[in-house]
Design a protein around this ligand. Sequence first.
Ligand code: ZN
Length: 56
Amino acid sequence: MWDKPRCTFCEKEIKGDEVVFVKMRYPKRKGFTEVKAYLRNEGTFICEECFNQKLK
Ligand SMILES: [Zn+2]
């Protein structure tokens, strides 16, 4: 099962339907299945609030 994703900066739990930004290294081999697996292991989630703050 997928761990509950949390924002890297404020550690707020990401809820379903929320807008999130994901920072990740794109896998060398192409393919969506691999990207999904990659997200689970390597993805870093940033909530919209923190993302907007970073832009200021
Ligand atoms: Zn946040």
